[in-house]
Write a protein that binds this ligand. Structure first.
Ligand code: UDP
Length: 237
C-alpha cells in the first residue's frame, strides 16, 4: 500500500470550506477537498475529519459583541454540523462511504458520537466526520481534533490551513519570515506560535500525537503527507 500513516485525523477549518467567499460554503471547494480525501481513502488510509465552523459562526466573536459566551459557543458548534453534512454529501457523491457523528445529539441528521462506533466505521473504511465540536462551550474545534485523534488512536493530525506551514512571524506581513520544517510541542507552546490553541497542543503533547500543518489550497498535499513526503511543518515530541 505504501502509505506512512494508516489512520489520520484531518482538521478542516470552516474557512477551508469557504474558499474565496467572505462567508459560508463554496460547493466547488468542498468538492475539491472531497476528491483529495477520496484519493487517500482509495489508498487504504482510514480518515476521520473534524470540521470547524468559523465560516459561519464564531462563539468568541459573538460574545465580544455582547452575546452570552456559552450560548454563542453552542451556535458555533451547530454551525460546524452544517459543514459536516455538506462535506458528507460531497464525499458520498464521489462514492466514499461516510458517517457524520455529532457531539450534540441530532439524530434526524447524524449519528451521536460513540467512540467505539467511530472506530468500527474507520475499520470498514468509512470516513467519519465529527460535527458539533467537543459538545462543550469554551473549547475549539482544534482541541476537538486533538481529543478525537487521541480517542480513536489516530497516528497523526493533519491540520489543513491556508499557509504552507508554521512561520516565525506572519509571512503576509514580513517578507523575511522563516518557515520551520520541524518543531517540538514545547517550542510551539513557549513561543506562543499560533498553530492550534494551547489546549490542543498540550493534549497532543501528552498523547504523543504529531501534527502536520500544511497548505490545503495546494492540490495533492493530503496525499503527499500521507506517504510521508515533507509538506509544511511537522510538530512532534
Ligand atoms: N465550539 C465550541 N466547542 C467546541 C468546538 C467549537 O464551543 O468543542 C464553537 C466555538 O464557538 C467556535 C465555533 O464552535 O468559535 C466554531 O469552531 P472553530 O472556531 O474552532 O472553527 P474553525 O476556526 O476551525 O473554523
Amino acid at each position: 500500500m505504501g502509505t506512512k500513516y494508516k489512520r489520520i485525523l484531518l482538521k478542516l477549518s470552516g474557512e477551508a470550506l469557504m474558499g474565496s467567499l467572505g462567508y459560508g460554503i463554496d460547493p466547488i471547494v468542498v468538492q475539491e477537498i472531497a476528491q483529495e480525501v477520496a484519493d487517500v481513502v482509495n489508498k487504504g488510509v482510514q480518515v476521520a475529519i473534524v470540521v470547524g465552523g468559523g465560516n459561519i459562526f464564531r462563539g468568541m466573536k459573538a460574545a465580544s459583541a455582547g452575546m452570552d459566551r456559552a450560548t454563542a459557543d453552542y451556535v458555533g458548534m451547530i454551525a460546524t454540523v452544517m459543514n459536516a453534512i455538506t462535506l458528507q454529501d460531497s464525499l458520498e457523491q464521489i462514492g466514499v462511504p461516510t458517517r457524520v457523528q455529532t457531539a450534540i445529539a441530532m439524530q434526524e441528521v447524524a449519528e451521536p458520537y460513540i467512540r467505539r462506533k467511530a472506530i468500527r466505521h474507520l475499520e470498514l473504511n468509512r470516513v467519519v466526520i465529527f460535527g458539533a465540536g467537543s459538545g462543550n462551550p469554551f473549547f475549539t474545534t482544534d482541541t476537538t481534533a486533538a481529543l478525537r485523534a487521541a480517542e480513536i488512536d489516530a497516528e497523526v493530525i493533519f491540520k489543513a490551513t491556508k499557509v504552507d506551514g508554521i512561520y516565525d512571524c506572519d509571512p503576509a506581513v514580513n517578507p523575511d519570515a522563516r518557515r520551520y520544517n520541524t518543531l517540538t510541542y514545547g517550542y510551539v507552546l513557549t513561543h506562543d506560535l499560533r498553530v492550534m490553541d494551547s489546549t490542543a497542543i498540550a493534549l497532543c503533547k501528552e498523547n504523543n500525537l504529531p501534527i502536520i500543518v500544511f497548505n490545503l489550497t495546494e492540490r495533492g498535499n493530503i496525499g503527499r503527507a500521507v506517504v510521508g513526503d515533507t509538506v509544511g511543518t511537522y510538530v512532534g515530541g
